[in-house]
Structure formats: structure tokens, C-alpha cells
Design a protein around this ligand. Structure first.
Ligand code: SF4
Length: 178
């Protein structure tokens, strides 16, 4: 299947959307409407333009200087399926993947029960920067975030800790599955 993304913009070499030189994909469409959002042009789901994920992957592949790729927005998890397939290509190139989201990781874990690609995309990321932008918590000194409620989450470590916690609960008899 040829997937396409609704894209607000691409920054082919960004140094502000995560460490190193990154290819940043800003998707179009965001349901969060955070007051004070710096990218209001990305909110309208009818705005932006379509881009094939093959075209985006080719642009990433031809730049050997890239450290990684960042999915931002807009809300990436509103286009989880297409971004999952693009993310797979990114990972196959050996690039690191950062995803920004206005949802918390806990909300994504609830959402994945209804929309499996939300969970698949989440698990593909190396780093998740989660939570809405909260203007009253704005902090210009924070690296790669706008407000102090947003967390930089090492996704592999998060799931490995979660797995260890569930294992311990199972061993103590505290976790009962039916
Ligand atoms: S989640 Fe991001 S793009 Fe969406 S409204 Fe909030 S700050 Fe803006």
C-alpha cells in the first residue's frame, strides 16, 4: 500500500527538534488546540499538503549528515498508521527517531487498545516528548520542550521498566489477569 501523509512542512536539516542534525516532519492536523501554540497553522486537518512516505524516505536516505528524524506537528498520533510505515523505513536506515505528541504516554497506551497503530508507532520511537504545551509552565531554558510538564521519555527504557514492574507484580501475585 502506498501511504501518504498530510504534511504542514518539512525541515530537511533541523538543529532544534532534538539532538544532532535531524530531518523534521511537521504533520498537519492537531486536536489539542493548546493556548499559545507556536504552530497554529498546523491545527486544521484540511490544511497542508499530501506527501508520499516513499518521497520523504528518499529525501532522508540521500542525506548522510542526518543523525535522526523527528515527527512533530500537528499531532503525529492522528496519522499513526502512515507514520508507522515511514518510521519503519527510518529505523531500517539506522536513524534515531523522536516523536513529539500533545498526548501523554499514558493516554497513548489507552488509545492503542482501539487503534493498534498508535501503539506500534509509539514502540518504534527512541524518544517521545509528550504532553500538551501549557503556557503557564512555559520555560525557554528547557532543551527541546516548550513547557515543564512535557517529558523526554526514553521509550525502550520505559517499556523495559514497565515489563519488570509487571513481572514483579506477577511474582508477588498482585497482578491478576483474566
Ligand atoms: S499539541 Fe503541539 S501543535 Fe498541537 S496545539 Fe498543542 S502545541 Fe500546538
Amino acid at each position: 500500500m502506498a501511504y501518504s501523509l498530510r504534511v504542514s512542512g518539512i525541515v530537511p536539516e533541523s538543529i532544534v527538534d532534538g539532538p544532532g542534525i535531524r530531518y523534521a516532519v511537521f504533520v498537519q492536523g492537531c486536536p489539542h488546540r493548546c493556548p499559545g501554540c507556536h504552530n497554529p497553522q498546523t491545527h486544521d486537518f484540511e490544511g497542508g499538503q499530501d506527501m508520499g512516505i516513499g518521497e520523504i524516505a528518499a529525501q532522508i536516505e540521500e542525506n548522510p549528515l542526518l543523525t535522526g528524524v523527528t515527527f512533530s506537528g500537528g499531532e503525529p498520533f492522528c496519522q499513526a498508521e502512515a507514520l508507522y510505515w515511514l518510521g519503519l523505513k527510518v529505523k531500517a536506515m539506522g536513524k534515531n527517531l523522536i516523536i513529539y505528541t500533545g498526548y501523554t504516554i499514558e493516554q497513548l497506551l489507552v488509545m492503542e487498545k482501539r487503534r493498534s497503530y498508535v501503539g506500534k508507532l509509539l514502540r518504534l520511537a527512541d524518544t517521545l516528548i509528550d504532553g500538551p504545551y501549557v503556557e503557564s509552565l512555559r520555560d525557554l531554558d528547557l532543551p527541546f520542550r516548550g513547557s515543564s510538564n512535557q517529558r523526554i521519555i526514553d521509550v525502550k527504557e520505559y517499556f523495559s521498566k514497565q515489563g519488570r514492574g509487571e513481572q514483579a507484580e506477577r511474582e508477588s501475585g498482585a497482578l491478576i489477569t483474566v
